[in-house]
Write a protein that binds this ligand. Structure first.
Ligand SMILES: Nc1ncnc2c1ncn2[C@@H]1O[C@H](COP(=O)(O)OP(=O)(O)O)[C@@H](O)[C@H]1O
Ligand SMILES: [Mg+2]
Length: 1038
């Protein structure tokens, strides 16, 4: 049996190892396995009693702020910092590191449905990413919340999520690295410790992450918004300047500091001591320096660029230390150490710089005059230069990073985008100035966008699904936005007017103008306009705005200057001449010739925000609403008052009401069915029909009442949370029983695989049997056809060839020929021959002859000359004796020899007597006397002309073949000898064979008779009747 393994994940959810084929057996189910297996399943939703609800829309008492906050508290105490309001993520800053941002966590959220896992920033990131991929629409993630609530952290987590989970290649890896490394650099130059946040972003940042068609991040682009430049020259108590100054001083190598003329102590620098807070326990400037230095290299800064950048940073510190003295009316610089450093570091002429720092160029009657500055003016000129240098360098830095992140592949121009907005949050300090005014205005705008988009999208969803929408009242902050930005009547317009108008405009005239113009506005109050109670908490130099997020008193001091953001012309001229490459890019020569006054800071900011709204509106938004649990940056402290305030101004209750006004819960049909299908026998384990029908079947089975839900086009909408909870409870119970089954199922898993294998083989067998049966049937059909044709052909066989009989005739011919081929005669003596059909009789005869000729021919071809000679002799013998002599057949197989006596057997005298005559055959014979038939041994020799009887050395008798008549002889090899005689004498036709008795003449009229009788033994003797009696054995005849 297979072992059941489980994987434990810190958040309490347990995932089963994937099955053989990689499938997951059970989502969201908790299985505790030991030897005895106890299985418990738990979904995030059903854990609501312990840790509240993971989605506020499921709160039964959704209008109660207390219930809302209680839910937040419960979860916060359990370190569950994330909760949804529908698709909006509410995040509470834990102020401690939680183990929820590991790679494992990223993997768990990757490609998983939003609601199937507990709320997380990764879920938002993944959801946006998937929407971008599947719907092809650009996305943006808007992170809002007040300073220190965790916006920047959230945006970093999102970026990390993409960097790790998105597909990568070598080139993409570089982009990912640069995207990630842009953060420490921008934070070093743009973040600072404030009272609210040790790492507070003092600039707004909108970052586009560009993805190619494969979903890999291939580029990025950053837009920065209004850096809080005033921080360069001044910090409130308990706050710091931008991190980079401290990092450089703490971390910079000795050599570097020497080159920059810096000492390793922030206390030496006027610009770093204002807040009286150079050291912060939560910040390690030295190690941060290393991180920033490395990041600069990753982004693509070379050594020279880094040096030039640091020259500027050091210059700002030196500028801060420029001290003025001299008379009241005309300031002069008391120490020239700084000027020396500045001249070198900025690459400018020292005396020109000195003059520019103490004089102002005025043009009177077409003439340029240098007018000395008083102490105050000189200080503010110096600070203006510092702010300008730092501010422009920051913008240059953003541009430089953008160049390094730019998507350079021209072949694939098209890319999708996910925008990340991490902008300064709503801020309220004891003293609030122009910067806070801008920051809070920005937050008003974002809130407006949030209201519009969430309401709009909600409404659109109902419309799209064909569900009636019930409008909900909510506070629309448009009225405040208008108060700030309206043309001519808005605060920014009035401020600009005061900045631009001739005459003695001051921060106070600006305040008065405000009172005159917007004094009656319900969201605007000044000390003069306020009631007694408010007046107590307001200064005379302040105006109060009733923001959506709360009341803020702004001190008008510095508003005009900051809005003007002016740098004396002669200081600009000095910077234009700088040899520092960065500064020459920052201070453009054309700027000097441009007579047109640049837009004021507030107007520029307003325009950039309008552009930002456009960018955001063109994209599909997701929201992260960050909440700060306490003001002391402490882990585990849940400050209810503070939180209630944020919940209120973030509009979370309204958000919830809007969400709930229609339906508390909505899911796409497939998601709903997938989750709850086990609750209805008709939908378990799988629903085959249309999804909507499946959901309808399911909810009817569950007993949903008609008013409890609506079925849209692609989603089910459930009005009350309790309906969903009842369903969840049912699922819980069901899962318990399923868990037992799961265990059993697991046990049977291998069996099941076996069974599946078996099923497959059964299917294969059945299939094969089917094939065989088909083949058999086909064969049967063919056979029947053949038989039918055959029978028909047989009936018509004697007819002319016609369609009915052609098959039969062909078949008969074919089978005869095939039979003949198998049974051809093996030799010439074999007379067998298959009987041909009528149609082939003639052909058969021809074939037979051909066959015979062929056999004869091939036989003859094989015959040797000796054998031919032998055969010729046998032929002659056949003609002579066949049917004439009884024992002839027995003689046939006996081969004839060329002679029976060789030269040495014949007396030489005989041979000599023969002379030239060639002896052709010789055989021993027995001569019987004519008279007494006395046997006498003799030799018979045959020559070309005569037959000779020899006795030892004498030629006893020579008979010419012509005269050869009857000679009674008895000798061995009769047939052979006679055949030879016939051949030699050429008397084949003259030889008569007489088997009975032969008469012959025995001289002078006397006749002799020879009687032949068959017998068992050869016997030649004179018989009593005077005849010569010859008894010859039949079988052994010679
Ligand atoms: N998810 C988080 N986990 C742990 N600490 C966090 C988290 N979010 C914020 N913090 C802490 O809060 C501080 C302020 O967060 P930050 O994102 O800079 O706030 P904001 O950008 O909203 O002003 C961070 O420096 C960090 O110490
Ligand atoms: Mg921030």
């Amino acid at each position: 049996m297979m072992e059941l393994k489980i994987q434990l994940i810190p958040t309490g959810e347990i995932i089963l190892p994937p099955g053989k084929n990689g499938e997951n057996f059970c989502h969201n189910c908790k299985v505790v396995a030991s030897d005895g297996v106890r299985a418990m399943m738990e979904s995030a939703l059903t854990a609501r009693d312990r840790v509240g609800v993971q989605d506020f829309v499921l709160l039964e008492n959704y209008t109660s702020e207390a219930a809302f906050i209680e839910n937040l508290r419960k979860r916060f105490k359990e370190n569950l910092i994330y909760t949804y309001i529908g698709s909006v993520l509410v995040s509470v800053n834990p102020y401690k590191d939680l183990e929820i941002y590991t790679k494992n966590h990223m993997e768990r959220y990757r490609g998983v449905n939003f609601y199937e896992v507990s709320p997380h920033i990764y879920a938002v990131a993944d959801n946006s990413y998937r929407s971008m991929r599947t719907e092809g629409k650009d996305q943006c993630i808007l992170i809002s919340g007040e300073s220190g609530a965790g916006k920047t952290e959230a945006s970093k987590k999102i970026l990390q999520y993409y960097a790790i989970t998105c597909p990568a290649s070598e080139q993409v890896q570089t982009v990912k690295d640069r995207l990630l490394q842009s953060n420490p650099v921008l934070e070093a130059f743009g973040n600072a410790k404030t009272l609210r946040n040790d790492n507070s972003s003092r600039f707004g940042k909108y970052m586009d992450i560009q993805f190619d068609f494969k979903g890999a991040p291939v580029g990025g682009h950053i837009i920065n918004y209004l850096l809080e430049k005033s921080r360069v020259v001044h910090q409130n108590h308990g706050e710091r300047n931008f991190h980079i100054f401290y990092q450089l001083i703490e971390g910079g190598e000795e050599d570097l500091l020497r080159r920059l003329g810096l000492e390793r102590s922030p206390l030496q620098y006027q610009y770093l001591v204002k807040g009286n807070c150079p050291k912060v326990s939560s910040i390690n400037d030295r190690s941060d320096w290393k991180v920033v230095r490395k990041a600069l290299t990753v982004i693509g800064f070379n050594e020279d660029e880094v040096e030039e950048l640091l020259n500027i940073i050091a210059s700002v510190l030196h500028l801060g230390n420029v001290q003025y003295g001299g008379e009241e009316g005309s300031a002069c610089i008391t120490s020239d150490t700084q000027i020396k450093y500045l001249a070198r570091l900025l690459g400018v002429n020292g005396s020109v710089l000195t003059e520019a720092l103490t004089h102002k160029k005025i043009i009177a009657k077409g003439e340029e005059l240098m007018s000395p500055l008083n102490l105050e003016q000189a200080s503010s000129a110096r600070d203006a230069l510092s702010k300008a240098v730092y501010g422009r360098t920051f913008t240059w830095l953003v541009n430089k990073i953008n160049a390094s992140l730019a998507y350079t592949d021209d072949s694939h121009k098209h890319y999708s985008v996910i925008g990340l907005l991490d902008i300064y949050g709503f801020e309220v300090f004891q003293h609030n100035s122009f910067e806070q005014f801008c920051i809070n205005y920005c937050n008003e705008k974002l809130q407006q966008l949030f209201i519009e988009l969430t309401l709009k999208s909600e409404q659109e969803e109902y419309e799209a699904e064909g569900i009636t929408w019930e409008p909900v009242q909510y506070f629309n902050n448009k009225i405040i936005c208008d108060l700030v930005e309206e043309k001519f009547k808005g605060i920014i317009s009035i401020l600009d007017e005061e900045c631009l108008r001739p005459g003695d405009a001051s921060d106070f005239t600006f305040l008065e103008k405000l009172e005159d113009t917007v004094g009656g506005h319900p969201h605007f109050v000044t000390h003069k306009l306020a009631d007694g109670k408010t007046r107590k908490v307001m200064g005379r130099e302040e105006f109060r705005l009733l923001h959506y997020a709360g009341e803020v008193n702004y001190n008008v001091n510095g508003f005009l200057d900051k809005n003007n953001d002016l740098l004396f012309r002669n200081l600009k001229e000095v910077m234009v001449m700088s040899e520092n490459n960065i500064l020459t890019q920052c201070f453009d020569r054309e700027e000097l010739s441009d007579k047109k006054r640049p837009d004021t800071a507030a107007t520029q900011f307003k325009a950039s925000l309008a552009k930002l709204m456009e960018i955001l509106m063109s994209k599909e938004p997701s929201y992260v609403r960050c909440i700060k649990p306490n003001d002391s940056k402490q882990a585990g402290r849940f400050d209810e008052v503070l939180i209630r305030h944020q919940v209120k101004y973030l509009g979370l209750m309204e958000n919830l009401r809007v969400r709930r006004a229609g339906f508390a819960y909505r899911r796409r049909y497939e998601v709903f069915l997938q989750r709850y299908k086990s609750l209805c026998p008709d939908t378990w384990p799988n629903w085959q029909g249309k999804l909507a029908d499946g959901v309808s079947t399911l909810v009817k089975h569950l007993g949903y009442k008609p008013e409890e839900y609506k079925l849209g086009r692609s989603k089910i909408f459930i009005r009350f949370p309790k309906t969903l909870f009842a369903t969840e409870d049912a699922l819980e119970t069901r899962k318990h029983s399923l868990a037992t089954k799961l265990q059993a199922g697991w046990k049977g898993y291998s069996q099941k695989s076996l069974f599946v294998g078996l099923k497959v083989s059964i299917a294969v067998q059945a299939w094969w049997r089917g094939i065989l049966a088909k083949r058999r049937a086909q064969r049967r059909r063919q056979a029947a056809n053949t038989i039918r044709r055959f029978v028909k052909g047989f009936i018509y066989r004697h007819k002319e060839r016609c369609p009915e009989n052609e098959y039969f005739l062909d078949y008969v011919r074919y089978s005869f020929l095939m039979n003949l081929r198998r049974n051809l005669p093996k030799n010439v003596l074999d007379k067998s021959w298959p009987t041909p059909p009528a149609a082939l009789k003639e052909a058969s005869e021809h074939l037979r002859k051909l066959c015979m000729q062929n056999m004869v021919w091939s036989y003859c071809k094989k015959i040797s000359p000796e054998w031919k000679h032998q055969m010729e002799q046998k032929m002659i013998a056949s003609e002579l004796f066949k049917d004439k002599k009884d024992n002839y057949p027995q003689s046939v197989p006996k081969l004839f020899v060329s002679t029976r006596l060789n030269g040495e057997d014949i007396n030489p005298k005989v041979l000599q007597a023969l002379g030239s005559e060639k002896m052709k055959y010789a055989v021993p014979v027995t001569k019987y006397d004519r008279k007494g038939y006395k046997p006498r041994p003799r030799q018979l020799l045959l020559t070309g002309s005569s037959a000779i009887i020899a006795e030892e050395g004498k030629l006893k008798q020579r008979i010419d073949y012509g005269a050869l008549k009857v000679t009674v002889v008895e000798f061995d090899h009769v047939i052979e000898t006679l055949t030879k005689i016939a051949i030699c004498a050429e008397k084949i036709n003259n030889i008569n064979i007489n088997q009975g008795s032969i008469k012959f003449t025995v001289g002078q009229g006397k006749e002799g008779i020879i009687d032949f009788t068959p017998g068992s033994e050869l016997l030649v003797a004179k018989a009593k009747n005077g005849h010569l009696s010859v008894t010859a054995p039949r079988l052994n005849s010679r």
